[in-house]
Ligand binder design. Structure first.
Ligand code: PLP
Length: 387
C-alpha cells in the first residue's frame, strides 16, 4: 500500500490504521518502512544553498517524517497542515507565544494550567506583553478576552481536569480578533483535535501520551496558516530548540501504538475512577470520562477519548504520601501519559492551587484489575496505618 493512497483516505480510515501508517514515506525496495534516525549536523550542499536539507538546526529528514505523521493525526485528510517538532513541550509553547506576541499585546491564559507556564508569563511581562488569566472551567476566559491578540487554552486542564468549550471559545476569540492556541497534551489528537474545533495552533508536550513510554522529551506545534507556521519555524531556527533525531525517531515509532495505548489507558482510567467513586476516604474525584463529572457534558461534545489522567483528594498530606508509598504497581513520579502508571502528590511542587492531599494519577497500560486491586489495597493499608 502506498502512503499516498493512505494519505488521501486519511479522513475515512480508523484511528489504529491512521496511527500505524502516519508519516511513512513512499516504500523503497530494500529500505525499512520507517527509515532510521538521520544523524547529521550538515548535509552535502554544493552550489546554491536551497533545501530541503541544508543545516541540521533548520531541517532533518527524521523530523520531516514525524511532522507529517503528527499533521495526519491532528487533521486527517487535510493537506495544508504544517507541524514543527521541538526539543520539549515548553519549547513548543514558548515558540508560539514568543513568535506571535510583541510588546503592547494582550494574551489570555488559563489560571489553572500547567505550572511551568507561569514562568513564561513572567518573561512575557518582562517583554511588555499584558498577561490576563481566568480559570478553564465555565468558559471563564471569555470574560477577559477584549482586546487580546492571543487566547491560550488548556483543556482538560492539568492538574484540575476542568474542560472548556473549545468551539465556543475559538469562535468568540476570532470574533474579537484574537488567535487561538490549545495545549492538547493531555488529550492527544486521538482524544481531541483542536484545529478541527477552530483553533489556530494545536500545541503539545509529546513527552507525555504521544510518545507514551516516559523515555524522551519532545513537543510540537501544528497549524494550518503557512504564514504562522513560518513564524514558528523562524523562532525554532533562532532559538535552536530542536529535537535530536533519535528522540524524533523514537517518538514516530511510538505513534504506531498510540491508538492501542490510548484506548487501553482511557478505558482503565474510567475503570479506576469508577472504583474510587464513593470510596470513603476519596473526595473531589475528577475524570472527564465519568458521566457525572462536572466536565463530562462539554468533554463528550468535543473529545473522542477522555485521557489517561484522573485526580482526587485524600484527607491530607500524610494520607497522600502514605498512599503513594504503599502502591506497588504505580511509580511515584511527575509527568503523565506513559504506559507505566505514575502518581504524585501535586502539592509537593508548590505551584498549583490544590489541597495538600491532592493526587494526580496517570493511568498506564497495566491490566485494569491489577491496578484497581493495587489502588484499593494501598487505600486500605493507609486507612489502617493512619486511622
Ligand atoms: N503542557 C502540559 C499540559 C504539561 O503537562 C507539560 C509538562 O508536564 C508541558 C506542557 C511541558 O512539556 P515538557 O515537559 O515536554 O516541556
Amino acid at each position: 500500500m502506498s502512503s499516498d493512497a493512505t494519505r488521501g483516505a486519511d479522513d475515512m480510515i480508523g484511528d489504529g490504521t491512521l496511527a500505524v501508517r502516519a508519516g511513512l514515506p513512499e516504500p523503497v525496495k530494500y529500505e525499512p518502512t520507517l527509515p532510521g534516525p538521520v544523524f547529521a549536523a550538515h548535509f552535502h550542499l554544493p552550489g546554491e544553498p536551497t533545501g530541503p536539507y541544508t543545516y541540521g538546526r533548520d531541517e532533518n529528514p527524521t523530523w520531516t517524517h514525524l511532522e507529517r505523521a503528527i499533521s495526519a493525526l491532528e487533521a486527517p485528510g487535510e493537506s495544508g497542515v504544517e507541524t514543527l517538532v521541538f526539543a520539549s513541550g515548553m519549547a513548543a509553547i514558548s515558540a508560539v507565544l514568543f513568535s506571535q506576541l510583541k510588546a503592547g499585546d494582550v494574551v489570555v491564559v488559563p489560571s489553572d494550567g500547567y505550572q511551568a507556564v507561569p514562568l513564561v508569563h513572567e518573561q512575557l511581562r518582562a517583554y511588555g506583553v499584558e498577561v490576563r488569566s481566568a480559570p478553564t472551567g465555565g468558559d471563564a476566559q471569555l470574560s477577559v478576552l477584549a482586546g487580546a491578540k492571543l487566547l491560550w487554552i488548556e483543556t482538560p486542564s492539568n492538574p484540575g481536569l476542568d474542560v472548556c468549550d473549545l468551539r465556543r471559545l475559538a469562535d468568540a476569540a476570532h470574533e474579537a480578533g484574537a488567535l487561538v492556541a490549545v495545549d492538547n497534551t493531555l488529550a492527544t489528537p486521538l482524544g481531541q483535535r483542536p484545529l478541527l474545533l477552530g483553533a489556530d495552533f494545536s500545541v503539545a508536550s509529546d513527552t507525555k501520551g504521544m510518545s507514551g513510554h516516559g523515555d524522551l522529551l519532545l513537543g510540537h506545534v501544528s497549524c494550518r496558516d503557512a504564514e504562522r507556521a513560518a513564524e514558528v519555524r523562524r523562532w525554532r531556527k533562532i532559538v535552536g530548540a530542536i529535537p535530536g533525531p533519535m528522540e524524533a525517531w523514537l517518538a514516530h515509532r511510538s505513534l504506531a501504538t498510540l491508538q492501542l495505548r490510548i484506548d487501553r489507558q482511557c478505558g482503565t482510567a474510567l475503570a479506576v475512577a469508577e472504583a474510587l467513586k464513593g470510596h470513603r476516604h476519596v473526595t473531589g474525584l475528577r475524570y472527564p470520562g465519568l458521566p457525572d463529572d462536572p466536565s463530562h457534558e462539554v468533554a463528550a461534545r468535543q473529545m473522542r477519548r477522555f485521557g489517561s489522567v484522573i485526580s482526587f483528594e485524600l484527607p491530607d498530606r500524610a494520607w497522600a504520601e502514605h498512599f503513594l508509598g504503599a502502591l506497588h504497581l504505580v511509580e511515584e513520579a511527575t509527568s503523565f501519559g506513559g504506559v507505566r502508571s505514575t502518581a504524585e502528590r501535586r502539592g509537593r511542587w508548590g505551584g498549583d492551587a490544590v489541597p495538600e492531599g491532592f493526587v494526580r494519577f496517570s493511568v498506564g497500560a497495566e491490566d485494569p484489575e491489577d491496578l484497581i486491586t493495587d489502588v484499593l489495597r494501598a487505600l486500605d493499608e493507609t486507612a489502617k496505618a493512619l486511622g
